[in-house]
Write a protein that binds this ligand. Structure first.
Ligand code: ZN
Length: 134
């Protein structure tokens, strides 16, 4: 069953921790053993997993993506957000996380982040909870 969560971002580039929202939807689904597919159906936002204990990790990821793909670069895409498309491709649009005992099997320091590169705007994150074969 596919569910979704709506996220409102507040800056042009932002890593937004959505771990609690994903876990809440997982708990509501009743899935005990399997996997959670977390998918972002956008072209200028993505999803990644990284440290959510120290917020400077997310800040470093954003600042270094900005150095790798500056907004002021030379692009053929004329919408003014070519850098956002490239950054979203670099982080990717889906994550697959094992589920055990009804919990996302994330590492101690891991969190799930929506990666906004052309905000602020509303974003949708699709969730598919996949049951393991018995
Ligand atoms: Zn565009």
């Amino acid at each position: 069953m596919t569910r979704f969560i709506e996220v409102r971002t507040s800056r042009r580039s932002q890593l937004l921790d959505i771990t609690v929202e994903v876990q809440r939807a997982l708990s509501a689904s009743g899935l005990e053993e399997g996997a959670a597919l977390i998918y972002v159906p956008h072209t200028t936002a993505g999803v990644t997993i990284n440290e959510n204990a120290d917020p400077s990790v997310a800040e470093d990821i954003l600042s270094h993506l900005e150095k790798m793909v500056p907004r002021s670069g030379s692009f053929r895409h004329r919408e003014g957000n070519a850098d956002a498309h490239i950054k979203a491709t670099l982080v990717g649009f889906s994550q697959l996380v094992p589920v055990r005992g009804g919990r996302l099997e994330l590492g101690t320091w891991q969190g799930v982040f929506l990666c906004e590169f052309d905000g602020p705007r509303s974003r949708r994150v699709l969730l598919s909870f996949l049951r393991s074969a018995p």
